[in-house]
Design a protein around this ligand. Sequence first.
Ligand SMILES: [Fe+2]
Ligand SMILES: [Fe+2]
Length: 222
Amino acid sequence: MSNQPETNIAISFLNIHNIITRGLKVSLESVQGVIKRGIQGEKSREGFFNFIRALTSVMNAHHLTEDEIVFPYFRDKLPEAPFDSLTSWHHEMGLRLDEINLALDKCADKAQLETELRNIENPLARLNEDWPFHIQPETDEFINLADALIPVEEQLRLVRLFAEHGLKNAVPHYLTVPFMLYNLPEDDRKVFSERMPAEVVQNLVPIVWKAKWESMKPYLLE
Ligand SMILES: [Fe+2]
Ligand SMILES: [Fe+2]
């Protein structure tokens, strides 16, 4: 066994960024498939909408955590890092996420469905395109510098703090927690779930919440 912590800052950001990267890609491909084939042919109508809803909530929560506690923490240590521009990017992406949620709300009306699917596809396509260019400077300008700047014990405290903050805003938990866990491959999921309360991972997700999230399974990893 190495003495390296299993959940340092770099790993925890890599995981949440990977969750969102996959969530965006799968959502976009699914919505394009539904536009082409119609919702009747979709693997799970409920799961399709739940998956996209969970994505928008997890993304918003991640941006809030960065703006409210991550960037303020790093600002003193890395005064040259582009935190202001990253925050305005969050604001821009937040507007796209609002558009998606508005369209999701209107999808219940069958007459509007085709139009609203396009209103989901367009902002999703932009987010999917922009996302790699947003996380690259985050990775280069503060995430990958964390190991050199912050002692191991302090990193563990921060990882927990960031995770709690993110979880608080990512609602409903019965969708967002399984969304986060099962957009990660198994090995990464194990590491990611270590910072969650055991009750959530061992009881709430697999048993208590199962009926509420399992519609998303066709879109999630095993
Ligand atoms: Fe960000
Ligand atoms: Fe980020």
